[in-house]
Write a protein that binds this ligand. Structure first.
Ligand code: NI
Length: 230
């Protein structure tokens, strides 16, 4: 399942982040690629642990912490410190799958990558190409979002970024380990959560409906208790 988190960052935050990102030194993006994806990858990145990465990364993590849609969709356990890349002059990233395990930079912590995230810092009309294409059993999904918006997709998917033929594509990308490893189970919980929220809003003045909503909330938490890994 692909999930869009619209307006994760405000336009003021995007502007501040872009100012910082523009001031950083960028290097060849192959530094974080695995052996096989290094051959497919052609872009630039800010080195892991760079002060700008940390500063903008903190801004992103804070915004994620306050975003109910993100929590409901991802049920995050650990989030990898956000990284940053940019593509221009025909650069692209061919079809690959993200590494299953990631070591936190400078810490004895590893995560299993259950979900991959791409957060856009440039509006779509300012560059051509640069679509994130994610393959699943329903076909190929092409994603190119407004600045400040983010997409989450299963890290198990094959994906690629099409060549950027005009302008610059600037994004943050990172991974997270979810409390719910299985994409199907996580999707079920997400649907149930959204359904409960809708019912609770619509029918809050009816006693019987309120009770049903409480029962369904119980089902949600009991499923989470059954399935969550910490
Ligand atoms: Ni990737």
């Amino acid at each position: 399942m692909l999930i869009t988190i619209p307006d994760l960052l405000t336009s003021a935050q995007v502007e501040e982040a872009r100012r910082l990102l523009d001031s950083a030194e960028w290097v060849d993006g192959r530094v974080t690629a695995g052996h096989q994806s290094a051959r497919a990858k052609d872009n630039q990145q800010i080195p892991e642990g760079h002060p700008v990465s940390r500063q903008v990364g903190e801004m992103i993590l804070l915004a994620l912490g306050q975003n109910p849609l993100f929590h409901s969709a991802a049920l995050p356990l650990r989030i990898f410190p956000p990284l940053f890349n940019r593509y221009s002059g025909g650069q692209s990233f061919g079809t690959h799958v993200d590494n299953a395990i990631r070591q936190f930079p400078g810490a004895p912590v590893r995560i299993r990558t259950d979900l991959s995230a791409t957060l856009f810092f440039e509006d779509p009309e300012n560059y051509d190409g640069g679509e994130l294409c994610v393959e699943d059993t329903y076909g190929v999904h092409r994603v190119k979002l407004p600045a400040g918006s983010m997409v989450l997709y299963p890290s198990t998917s094959l994906h690629h970024v099409t060549p950027v033929t005009r302008g610059t594509r600037l994004c943050s990308f990172f991974w997270l380990q979810s409390m719910i490893r299985d994409d199907g189970k996580r999707s079920l919980l997400f649907d149930l959560d959204l359904g409960i929220q809708n019912v609770s809003r619509e029918l809050s003045e009816h006693e019987a409906a309120r009770k049903s909503a409480v029962q369904l909330t119980g089902v949600y938490h009991n499923l989470l208790r059954q399935w969550a890994e910490m």
